[in-house]
Write a protein of this length. Structure first.
Length: 235
């Protein structure tokens, strides 16, 4: 189970995998005198062990989804539906408009990225507002024909006026338990900051885990010890 070190910032998958493995590694050291003694010969101390736990706890998510603070099942269903909807909708928008209507594609897509929870609801709201703006493009606007044609193209892949009306109803239901629009935008910014901070914490944990898991591989001669730390598999 020994892994290659990623010199640049590791992939998110690698960081998350390290986060999942760290508790078993730390608990295994605490539970075994033999493992702790072997690592101590290479400079491992109680302070280093505590540092590992601190890095792990710093990387934990602490944000509580807004839906958990409400018993509104209608809102929960709406959020779940939009959460499922947004990634596919953005992909269809790209496929339908990117080449044929680049200006309209850029206007709709903007900074939207697939998200989850309240952030998927915000994506849906922003997407709908932009598509509706194109649908209402004034006849004297220089891009009027292209704007309307882009909306018509989206309708061919399922985003008809009726479907947009259905999606607006879901957004309204979802935001009844989430947050008003301006507050939600602030929450989205706060979430982005929180995720950036977590990334820093995950990298710090990865650096710690990589160093000490490699040392463990080097000094522990019993496979049972490596298994206890999550560094080898039984069998």
């Amino acid at each position: 189970m020994e892994e290659e070190f990623e010199a640049a910032t590791p992939s998110m998958a690698t960081l998350e995998r390290t986060f999942e493995r760290a508790p078993k590694f730390l608990e295994g050291i605490a539970e075994s005198e033999a493992i702790a003694a072997a690592l101590a010969t290479k400079g491992f101390t109680a302070a280093i062990h505590e540092d590992g736990w601190e890095r792990y706890h710093a990387a934990r998510r602490r944000e509580l989804p807004g839906i958990l603070q409400s018993s509104d099942t209608k809102a929960a269903r709406a959020i779940n539906t939009l959460d499922t909807w947004d990634e596919g909708a953005l992909a269809l928008t790209d496929a339908t408009l990117a080449r044929a209507f680049p200006a309209q594609h850029k206007f709709i897509r903007g900074d939207l990225k697939a998200a989850t929870g309240i952030h998927a609801v915000l994506n849906a709201r922003n997407w709908l507002e932009r598509v509706d703006a194109l649908a209402a493009s004034p006849e004297d606007a220089p891009t009027h024909a292209q704007d309307r044609a882009a909306v018509a193209a989206l309708a061919t892949v399922g985003f008809t006026e009726a479907e947009r009306t259905r999606l607006w109803a879901l957004v309204k239901d979802a935001q009844s338990v989430s947050l008003p629009s301006e507050a939600a935008q602030r929450a989205a910014a706060a979430h982005a900051d929180s995720e950036a901070q977590r990334l820093v914490a995950l990298v710090a944990l990865y650096d710690w885990f990589f160093q000490w898991s490699r040392i463990a591989h080097a000094v522990l001669t019993k496979k049972s010890h490596l298994i206890k730390l999550g560094l080898a598999q039984a069998g």
